[in-house]
Design a protein around this ligand. Sequence first.
Ligand code: MIG
Length: 835
Amino acid sequence: MIQNLRRHLLLGLFFLFSIVLPAQVNAVWRTAGNVVGVERKTDGVVLTLSSGARVGVTFFDLDVVRVRLAPRGVFERDFSYAVWSRDRKTVAAVVREARDRIEITTRVEGPKIVITRRPFLVSVFDARGQLIVEDDRAHPAAVDLESGAIEASKRRDHLEMYYGFGEKAFNSLSRHNQRMVMWNFDTYGYPVGLDPIYQSVPFFIALWQGKAYGVFFDNTRRTYFDMGKTDPTRYTFGAPGGELNYYVFTGGKERTPQKVLEDYTLLTGRTPLPPLWSLGYQQSRWSYYPASRVREIARGFRERKIPADVIYLDIDYMDGYRVFTWDRKGFPDPPKLLRDLREDGFRTVLIIDPGVKVDEKYAVYREGRAGNYFHQTADGKEFQSRVWPGVCAFPDFTNRRAREWFGLLHRKHLDEGVSGFWNDMNEPATFPPDGLPPQPDIYHDPERTFPLTVRHAGDGQPGDHARYHNVYGMQMARTTFEALRKLRPDERPFVLTRAGYAGVQRYAAVWTGDNAPSWAHLQLTIPMLTNMGVSGMAFVGADVGGFSGNASAELYARWLQAAALTPFFRSHIGKDLQDREPWSYGPGWEKINRRTIELRYQLLPYIYSLFHEHERTGAPIMRPLWFNYPEAVRTYTTPANFDEQYMIGTDLLVAPVMSPGEIKRAVYFPSKGAAWIDWWTGARYVGDSTKEIDAPIDRLPIFIRAGASIPIQPIVQHTGEMAHAPLGLVVALGAAGQSSFYQDSGEGYATQRNGWRITEVTQNANTIRLKHLGYEAGRPSPSSNSPVLQPSLKKSAPTGGKSKTSYLTKTPSVCASSCRSRARARSRSRNEEQG
Ligand code: MIG
């Protein structure tokens, strides 16, 4: 009875909420009005508008403009879960007021902000005076004073494309003409096009005529974006409450996507270099049970000589799904199991869900309740809902004390030998009440998360679930990450999360949840993952083979190939389905799949190096073509929207087969003047051409940019063997060019003092030169074992306790200024991470 009442109440609430939602239609909008007061600030202005709203328009950084509109005239505490970097420059703005407008510039050459007074409108121009983006005069910023809803509209050209928005299940690269909502949701077996799904990243990069800018709408509520769907001449974004708080990344002088992403990730953070083992192949299922089965799987890899680094334990390892416990029947001696696996080169990752079983006999529950760490309902009672363990209470990860408490619970598993953690169900997801099946066909059942009135501590800014829902998953991942940093200060954390908000990349790798075993879903992985990459999320991947059902041998083999070079590389499948190990489809397929995984391991030095580049610049590891070639209009305008191929860094083009029965496919080779060399055949293709290439079932088509050099290694069975593997270089001859790659021990933070090295490879006519920067870390050099080329090496990096600076000044020929700024950028990012 009470259950039912609560249910109806919830439905009622949701109904109200959904009326507010398509706010463009139903809210009682009024424009934010005219500018009636101007207050000058060092970095810009604060304006009072005739509606009573107040709005700050400031330079957040030289190339970043911030607009912050408080509909009722009162700014909130300036706090954001997304914003990371605290040491931003204060930009001295120059404000010029005219009768009808206000112009804001900086003292150095850069973008200009123009504010129209009647009505209030914002335009941003680049350093050349070219318009970047402007408010739509027909739809000025609007507020609904009743509900608190806010909205902005910008003019667009119909050829302006939009990329990013985090994890969206759309099968086109650009999100123009789409309408999207940000509301983290557990969407088992989601069909292509379903929105929203697990993650919320309200950031995008716009591209028009080769020039980029970005917008980040930092509002954690259920925001929406209409990118020209309702009206092709504008796009609109808004939220049912909070501030109209957004950043415009102008892209600097060059207006490149690279610069936009660099600035966005300076603001929201980057993925710190992960442990090397987490870039190896990973094997999972729901669930490997019991311990003997886990051992059998690990042995399966080693006996068959299929490389692998990680094995996952899904929810059945627990005692009745109680987090931080073991099912003693299936896992009588976890430390022994984990030790044996580790000796065999396997790391173990455990799933941890947020729900804590309500059970008086369960210490975790008692502690959480005693510490007041669980969420409460609007009337102050412990909030409870059903998930796997039955009725659960839920830690409030927006409460620092709750984070510390839950974080320290991981100590036990670390001591047992667990290497990483997998945060699931953190949208948060709950089961529907009244014993309805946990995974109904209705994907967006409003009851499958917390009621919107559940209370959050909000780190000093208490609020309801409607406000903090989208950060729940990210704050759980943060909890895990920070605990690992504290408990194992000399090891790099590995955390995998399903839900997140902008900035989640600082804490965790992200996988795309419960995808389906279909060719359509395989095809979806490229638009999904590349758009996540340009949303700042570097460490991304999809369940290889599709989670929600069985895959044919061909689909699995092709999927494994398509995913082999994606940042996060893991096979995973749901409960009660077929086996899905690389050998599960018989010896013929096993051979093909082994070859695919071996390719991953051969290229691991290159992939690892790209993670280092991401940490320095924010650049994605897996990239859409347009990111590297924004000026080549063909790479981003429809219909030639290259969503069936991707790039790993700047030097490798990957063109997997993603349709059944195909053994050839068309590949577009980007950029006039460039050339591409087939990894397998050595065939050469000129840039800006499309060619049909062979793609037999045992081959992933990849191509190296001529002029580039790619570090590789011989096949190893796991990353633990890499320290002894000689490094080789694959040099794509035939063009002058430069590449560089990064090496270190693959674990820990000693690299800050020593033990890292960057090698620059320069090709000219007939010579190849290598230069070293950094310190030896007991890592091998490119050596005479190199399978492709045998460069003679001059050892130039000194070892020992010298500081970076003295080394750099001693070898000006190696690097001069560029290295020094690199080293500075490195130490800056390390400091922030610890700060
Ligand atoms: O309600 O832990 O997306 O990867 O295997 C399902 C069991 C809960 C959902 C995850 C999936 C995982 C599964 N989980």
